[in-house]
Design a protein around this ligand. Structure first.
Ligand SMILES: *Cc1c(COP(=O)(O)O)cnc(C)c1O
Length: 217
């Protein structure tokens, strides 16, 4: 489905809910996609993109950022501590701050470099063992810890369990954000972004619905 159709579906949902048009930003998730598809979306004028691996992003985005003005790049996958400096040099927003060790590494490097990307904290709303993110019960304390480190935390991100109704997870994330005065909510993917907007998403992360299925082969 072309980019314009996804954008139209977002606007329609915003209008239906009485939300301001444009209050939900679309992150085009370009991981694993062939470069020509990514360039086609850039040439359509889209500028907000997401990648889930630092290494993959480092391989393509410095060139694309040089070719296209105004790109805003989001890291939406887990961040290993030893890749923090590299990630902070390339990404404009990091959605996956999820542990004290990483928060401290970001704070230290931000001090050294005099620059810090905008940050979001990932919450493991489904409390799934294999998934990254701080547990809901630990979220308030972790947000406070990040604020004590002067990190520019803007919001929260979640990836609901595949086999559960995502709206319950989106609502939980929105509740944690609200009580901590965090304005941004990164939630919703190709299959559920309209439901995420219904729960207050300010960023939706849409990959396959824009670019087509990913070929991991
Ligand atoms: C891949 C990915 C997406 C996009 O998934 P689609 O189902 O292709 O829209 C969104 N968020 C995260 C964290 C991802 O890794």
């Amino acid at each position: 489905m072309p980019l314009a159709d996804i954008q139209a579906r977002i606007t329609k949902e915003e209008t239906r809910l009485g939300r301001a048009p444009g209050s939900t930003k679309l992150i085009a998730v370009s991981k694993v996609q062939p470069l020509d598809r990514v360039i086609a979306v850039l040439e359509e004028g889209h500028r907000i993109f997401g990648e889930n691996k630092v290494q993959e992003a480092v391989g393509k985005w410095p060139d694309l950022k040089a070719q296209f003005d105004g790109v805003e790049l989001h890291l939406i996958g887990p961040l290993q501590t030893n890749k923090t400096r590299q990630a902070m040099g390339l990404f404009d927003v990091i959605h996956s701050v999820d542990r004290p060790k990483l928060a401290k590494a970001i704070a230290r490097i931000a001090n050294e470099e005099g620059h810090c990307p905008r940050l979001m904290i990932q919450v493991n709303t489904g409390e799934e063992e294999q998934k990254a993110g701080v547990l809901p019960a630990d979220a308030d304390a972790f947000i406070a810890e990040c604020r004590a480190l002067s990190l520019p935390i803007e919001g929260l991100m979640c990836i609901p369990p595949a086999d559960e109704e995502p709206s319950l997870h989106f609502a939980l994330l929105a509740k944690i954000a609200k009580r901590n005065n965090l304005p941004e909510l990164s939630m919703g993917m190709s299959s559920d972004f309209e439901r995420a907007i219904g729960q207050g998403a300010t960023y939706v992360r849409v990959g396959s619905a824009i670019f087509g299925a990913r070929d991991y082969g």
